[in-house]
Ligand binder design. Structure first.
Ligand SMILES: Nc1ncnc2c1ncn2[C@@H]1O[C@H](COP(=O)(O)OP(=O)(O)OP(=O)(O)O)[C@@H](O)[C@H]1O
Ligand SMILES: [Mg+2]
Length: 229
């Protein structure tokens, strides 16, 4: 766990995409610092660059200019292999569309990242997975396949999966985007509780004001820059 100092530093980060013979500047010299243990919401209109930002922080994508430093590591300076290890070991990612593996049960979906990240033994991984299933109130659905779970249940499994390896940083891309309001609030309450208990840094992209307002700080992506909202 990262106990002090910044968790994320973005220093003059730019990212553009080419569209035919035009370039689309998504992030332009964007800078921000997020402290360890902080919970930050990212707001901004569709297409403003929120998912792009999470992809840069997680090392899935690389900036054209500037530096992305996470937990003291300059992500751009890592080899491809070290970036993959960094992601597996230190980051949890909750995707908008859950991304559960359909051929694995709820329990197996939870165990997988643990086995990938640190080669935990089957028993260890199963014990931890069952503990987290209980924490998200799905202890009785361990053997269920994702297509038999409701959207809210799938999202709770996805949250448990993102936290199972004890990441120091949780990134969530519209974790309530597909949920009705009541289920959304349940999921958010749970996310908050799990993250708070572990002191995890959390960056959550959301359109939901109620979710954003529960965080410590709100940043907005505005014309390629990150500004305090
Ligand atoms: N791989 C890519 N190739 C080309 N353009 C891309 C790529 N990824 C994103 N873009 C463009 O970059 C811009 C920002 O995309 P991004 O997905 O970060 O937006 P967003 O803020 O997450 O939007 P939403 O709220 O709709 O999810 C969009 O105009 C998008 O079309
Ligand atoms: Mg997005």
């Amino acid at each position: 766990m990262n106990d002090k100092g910044p968790s994320i530093e973005l220093i003059g980060v730019s990212k553009s995409y080419r569209e035919g013979d035009r370039t689309h500047d998504v992030l332009v010299d964007a800078s921000a610092t997020i402290q360890a243990g902080e919970r930050v919401a990212i707001l901004g209109p569709s297409g403003s660059g929120k998912s792009t930002l999470l992809n840069l922080v997680s090392g899935i994508d690389q900036p054209d200019a500037g530096r992305v430093i996470v937990g003291g590591l300059d992500i751009g300076a890592l080899s491809e292999r070290d970036r993959t290890l960094f992601r597996r070991e230190r980051i949890g990612f909750v995707f908008q569309f859950f991304n559960l593996l359909p051929t694995l049960t709820a329990l197996e979906n939870l165990m997988l990242p643990l086995e990938l990240a640190n080669g935990a033994s089957g028993d260890e991984a199963e014990g931890r997975a069952r503990g987290l299933l209980d924490a998200v109130q799905l202890g009785d659905r361990a053997g269920t396949f994702p297509d038999r779970l409701s959207g809210g249940e799938q999202q709770r499994i996805a949250i448990a999966r993102a936290l199972i390896h004890g990441p120091e940083l949780l990134l969530a891309d519209e974790p309530t985007g597909n949920l009705d309001q009541d289920t959304g609030e349940l999921v958010v309450g749970l996310l908050d509780e799990l993250v708070e208990a572990a002191g995890t840094t959390m960056v959550v992209v959301t359109h939901a004001r109620t979710l954003a307002e529960r965080m410590d700080r709100i940043l907005r992506v505005d014309h390629g820059q990150l500004v305090e909202a």
